[in-house]
Design a protein around this ligand. Structure first.
Ligand SMILES: C[S@@+](CC[C@H](N)C(=O)[O-])C[C@H]1O[C@@H](n2cnc3c(N)ncnc32)[C@H](O)[C@@H]1O
Length: 238
């Protein structure tokens, strides 16, 4: 995640609408947004009036989030799932594939155990993750054109180039380079890795953490996921 350009290349979409709609249906009050990034979606939850705690280890992303103006209140925390208060939330959400940043089984299992502790009995864990069977990285690798953005600090035009290393042991590795569009100077270069877990693996890990009920929706429709859906949206209950 590159906070400088993140909001400019991640537009509001039907995934965001889906999270808002599902939370509305569940009638929750207190939410934790784990891996909130720049608060792109968090501030919409705050506008609705949820009591919201937003956590991310990326200090710069939280700095961008805090600069945003919006009605409502958010408790911003630079940290991770270990900072979640116990038995405190009606729902914990991880949006925009946060679940895929946990590369090892230990780190993933520890996150969902922390989330389990943080939820009140009957509380909801909701997150999305990409289906490895859809092999979306094959589409990504065809894209050889840069995304365009503007440096919010000094107004310069930027290009965001992506180089793909490839898919190995369920992890897709790529590099993002942000360059000044007129001089070619490299502003940021970052390695990114995403873990792709199967529906069955995730289901098993949620059960191991103690979650009782898990529904899996596919592709931002309130329909059950199939092996063909590009994204899974997991909804588990403590
Ligand atoms: C693709 S961004 C999603 C941001 C936000 N949820 C959204 O909807 O725009 C993934 C986020 O996961 C965060 N992240 C990385 N490691 C994490 C960890 N150990 N615990 C929580 N979040 C983490 C990154 O800093 C980044 O902000």
């Amino acid at each position: 995640m590159i906070p400088l350009v993140y909001d400019q290349v991640n537009n509001w979409g039907k995934d965001d609408e889906f999270f808002l709609e599902l939370l509305k249906k569940l009638n929750v009050k207190k939410i934790a947004d784990l891996g909130c990034g720049t608060g792109r979606l968090t501030i919409h939850f705050a506008k609705i009036g949820y009591g919201i705690t937003a956590i991310d280890p990326n200090e710069e992303a939280i700095k961008y989030a805090k600069k945003k103006e919006f009605p409502g209140e958010v408790t911003w925390i630079v940290g991770d799932s270990s900072n979640l208060e116990a038995n405190a939330f009606d729902a914990v959400i991880m949006t925009a594939n946060v679940a895929q940043v946990f590369l090892t089984e230990e780190s993933w299992q520890s996150v969902i155990s922390d989330v389990y502790q943080a939820l009140k009995p009957g509380g909801h864990l909701i997150f999305d993750t990409r289906n490895p069977l859809a092999k979306v990285w094959e589409q990504w690798e065809k894209d050889r054109t840069p995304d365009l953005a503007m440096n919010q600090v000094n107004g310069e035009q930027l290009e965001i180039w992506t180089e793909y290393e490839g898919f190995a042991e369920d992890v897709f590795t790529f590099y993002e380079t942000v360059k000044n569009a007129s001089t070619g100077e490299v502003v940021i270069h970052e390695k990114m890795q995403l873990k792709f877990r199967s529906q069955e693996e995730i289901y098993k890990s949620l059960k191991e953490a103690g979650f009782s009920l898990t529904q899996v929706f596919g592709d931002w429709e309130f329909k059950q996921a199939t092996s063909e859906t590009k994204s899974f949206i997991f909804h588990s209950v403590k």
